[in-house]
Design a protein around this ligand. Structure first.
Ligand SMILES: Nc1nc2c(c(=O)[nH]1)N[C@H]1C(S)=C(S)[C@@H](COP(=O)(O)OP(=O)(O)OC[C@H]3O[C@@H](n4cnc5c(N)ncnc54)[C@H](O)[C@@H]3O)O[C@H]1N2
Ligand code: MOO
Length: 404
C-alpha cells in the first residue's frame, strides 16, 4: 500500500523545492507582455518634471483672480514660452504646456469672458487649480514596478513614459506535456473499437500551461508500453524543465508511467499519493534538476492537479509574484465532506454586491472524468478534510477564469 500524504504536506514539499533560475533575456517592451520583469523599474526623474497645465485656459497669479487681466502671449504644448506672468497679465496656456514663469493657477477657458486682449474671470477657481505639480505622476527614485511583476499594458505604458525601450525578463520554464493510455486517441485518428476515447488531457494542459507563462513542448498521446514511455521521458527530460504526463499512476496492471519513473529512470520520488480529491494518485519526482509531475488520467483530475501543482512550479521557475487566486466566497447551499481528503469541487461563481457567491447549479455529480463542469464561469470550492459548510457561510474558493 502506498503512503498517502496530506494535501498541505504535498504543497509544502513543492514550496520547499529549490529551483535554480533559468536566467534572463533582454526584450523590447512591446514584446514583454505576460513576461516577468527581472529588475525593478525605478523613476530616474519626476513626472511631470515641471509644473504643467492640466486644462486649456489662462495661466495667472492667483492674487489677480478678481482683476481684469491682459493676455500677453499664447503657450501651446511642446513649446517654451519666454514671457513671464506679471501682475494684471495672463498667458493663454493649453493642456500639457508648462506653466509659464510667474503663474501659479490655471483658469479654464469656460470660466472667463474674453474682450479684446483681456479676460474677466466669471467663475473663480482655487489657488493652484489645474496645475499638475512636479512629481504628480511619480517622483524621482520611486520604485514603480517591482522585479517579479508580470508585465501588462499598464507596466508597458509606464516604461514607455520613462523612455525605457528594452528590459530584462526572466526566462520561462519549458514543460513537456504528454498523455498516456492504451485507450486514448489523438484528434482525427480513427476509432477501431468502442472502448477508445479521444485524448483531451494533453491539449487542456498545453493551453493551461501556455496561458500561465510556460513554453510548452507538446508530445501528444504516447503509446502505452514500457519502452515508448521510457523513450518519451528520456527525450522530454533532455529538452524540458518540467515533464508532465497524464494517466498510468494508479493501481492498475497497466499503470506503466509510475513504473518507468521509479524503476527505469530511478527518479527521486517526492511523493506518490495525496489525500486530495480529485487527483489522489499524483506522483511528483525529480531527476537531477528536472521535475516530473505524473497526473492521473481522468480529465477533471489531471486539470485540477495541474492547476494546483504545476502552475505554482511555473511561477517559481519564472521568479514571478503570481499566486493561485484563492478568495473568500459566500456558499449558497449546505455541503459536507465526510472524507479525510481535501476536496476541490467545481462550482459556479458570481461577483455580486462586493462579494463572490457560489452555487452548484448544473454541475454534474459522478467521476473525475467530467471536464464539462469547468465550462462557464467556474471556480473550485476548497473543502477541508471532514468538514461541513452551511448555506450563507464564507468559504475558500479558487477562481478559475483568472487562469483560463
Ligand atoms: N482499484 C482502483 N482503481 C482506481 C483507483 C483506485 O484507487 N483503486 N483510483 C481511481 C482514480 S481516483 C483515478 S483518478 C484513476 C487514475 O488512474 P490513472 O492515472 O492510472 O489513469 P488511467 O487509468 O490511465 O485513466 C483514468 C481515466 O481517464 C481517462 N483518460 C486517460 N487519459 C486520458 C486523456 N488523455 N484524455 C481524456 N481522458 C483520459 C481514461 O480513459 C480513464 O477513464 O484511477 C481510478 N481507478
Ligand atoms: O484521484 Mo481520482 O482523480 O480522485 O478521480
Amino acid at each position: 500500500m502506498r503512503d498517502f500524504i496530506t494535501f498541505q504536506k504535498s504543497i509544502e514539499i513543492l514550496d520547499n523545492l529549490k529551483i535554480d533560475s533559468l536566467g534572463t533575456k533582454k526584450v523590447f517592451i512591446s514584446n514583454s507582455l505576460g513576461q516577468v520583469l527581472a529588475s525593478d523599474i525605478v523613476a530616474f526623474e519626476n513626472s511631470p518634471e515641471f509644473p504643467t497645465s492640466g486644462m486649456d485656459g489662462y495661466a495667472i497669479k492667483f492674487e489677480d483672480i478678481e482683476n481684469e487681466l491682459k493676455i500677453i502671449d499664447k503657450n501651446p504644448a511642446g513649446f517654451i514660452v519666454e514671457k513671464e506672468v506679471l501682475n494684471s497679465t495672463c498667458i493663454k496656456t493649453f493642456t500639457g504646456a508648462l506653466m509659464p514663469n510667474g503663474s501659479d493657477t490655471l483658469v479654464p477657458i469656460e470660466n472667463v469672458e474674453v474682450f479684446e486682449d483681456k479676460i474677466k474671470i466669471l467663475k473663480p477657481v482655487q489657488k493652484g487649480f489645474a496645475v499638475r505639480n512636479v512629481g504628480e505622476n511619480y517622483k524621482k527614485d520611486e520604485v514603480l514596478i517591482k522585479k517579479g511583476t508580470v508585465i501588462g499594458f499598464s507596466e508597458i505604458g509606464v516604461m514607455a513614459s520613462l523612455n525605457i525601450p528594452q528590459i530584462d525578463i526572466f526566462l520561462n520554464p519549458t514543460i513537456a506535456v504528454a498523455s498516456t493510455g492504451s485507450e486514448i486517441l489523438d484528434l482525427g485518428v480513427e476509432k477501431t473499437n468502442a472502448s477508445q476515447i479521444r485524448s483531451s488531457n494533453h491539449l487542456t494542459l498545453e493551453a493551461l500551461f501556455r496561458k500561465n507563462g510556460a513554453e510548452v513542448l507538446q508530445m501528444g498521446p504516447v503509446d502505452d508500453d514500457f519502452e515508448n514511455i521510457t523513450n518519451f521521458f528520456v527525450n522530454a527530460l533532455k529538452k524540458a524543465d518540467i515533464v508532465v504526463t497524464t494517466g498510468g499512476v494508479s493501481v492498475g496492471d497497466y499503470d506503466l508511467v509510475q513504473d518507468v519513473i521509479k524503476d527505469k529512470l530511478k527518479a527521486k520520488v517526492l511523493f506518490h499519493g495525496v489525500l486530495v480529491k480529485p487527483g489522489m494518485h499524483i506522483l511528483v519526482a525529480t531527476k537531477s534538476d528536472k521535475i516530473i509531475v505524473a497526473l492521473p488520467g481522468f480529465a477533471y483530475s489531471s486539470t485540477i492537479t495541474a492547476i494546483l501543482y504545476v502552475l505554482p512550479l511555473i511561477f517559481k521557475f519564472r521568479n514571478s509574484d503570481e499566486k493561485l487566486p484563492f478568495v473568500k466566497a459566500r456558499i449558497k447551499e449546505d455541503i459536507k465532506n465526510t472524507t479525510n481528503k481535501k476536496v476541490f469541487k467545481a462550482c459556479n461563481v458570481e461577483y455580486k454586491d462586493g462579494l463572490y457567491e457560489i452555487d452548484f447549479i448544473g454541475k454534474k455529480e459522478g467521476t473525475s472524468a467530467i471536464l464539462t463542469n469547468m465550462l462557464g464561469n467556474p471556480a473550485l470550492l476548497v473543502e477541508d478534510e471532514n468538514s461541513s459548510y452551511k448555506s450563507g457561510e464564507l468559504v475558500d474558493i479558487l477562481l478559475l477564469n483568472h487562469l483560463k
